[in-house]
Design a protein around this ligand. Structure first.
Ligand code: SF4
Length: 181
């Protein structure tokens, strides 16, 4: 089930340009989940474009992957005003669509603290969980989960960038690609 283009199940419908649907391979066993669409995503209708998307695409390319190999989505499908964090009731309203995005997932990667909190319940420091695989419950199914940093947070932080690179290497391993990292 995908949200209708005019979905109004939560207040995020009020400021969006369009619903940002998942992109990539809907049958992929690996799903990357970001927090929420930003300005570029809202304008283009595609998750992880702009600077964040370039970083992610570049790291995927380093390990022989293309974004079309994976499914890339967000916890909420509409841009929060002023790029604020999505609120719990908004995440709750959109969770039925996220659950559908994760229906085929065997490995879920949460990009950024809000996606990590929404998927794993971890609300503490990111460095306590980054790149430490755990199991999470997805619609009553146990699925492997890796927490990592949002690409945007790695722009000026070398350590975060290396951790994200490690995450991508783990994804490549899951997908049977030769990691060069
Ligand atoms: S964020 Fe999700 S639930 Fe809210 S309006 Fe957009 S598609 Fe609907």
């Amino acid at each position: 089930m995908r949200p209708e283009p005019d979905c109004s199940l939560c207040r995020l419908c009020q400021g969006r340009t369009q619903v940002v649907y998942p992109s990539g391979n809907p049958l992929s066993k690996v799903v990357l989940v970001g927090e929420a669409p930003g300005k570029n995503e809202d304008e283009q209708g595609v998750p992880f474009v702009g600077r964040s998307g370039s970083i992610l695409d570049s790291m995927l390319g380093e390990v022989g992957l293309d974004r079309r190999d994976l499914l890339i989505t967000n916890t909420v499908k509409c841009r929060p005003p002023d790029n604020r964090d999505p609120l719990p009731d908004e995440v709750g309203a959109c969770s039925r669509f996220l659950e559908e995005d994760l229906a085929n997932a065997e490995l879920v990667v949460g990009l950024g603290r809000y996606a990590v909190a929404a998927l794993s319940g971890h609300k503490g420091k990111m460095d306590e969980v980054v790149n430490r695989p755990m199991d999470v419950d997805v619609g009553g199914r146990k699925v492997r989960f890796i927490a990592t940093y949002h690409p945007a947070s790695t722009i000026y932080n070398r350590k975060f960038r290396e951790e994200l690179r490690r995450t991508v290497a783990m994804v490549a391993e899951e997908m049977g690609c030769g990691s060069k990292v």
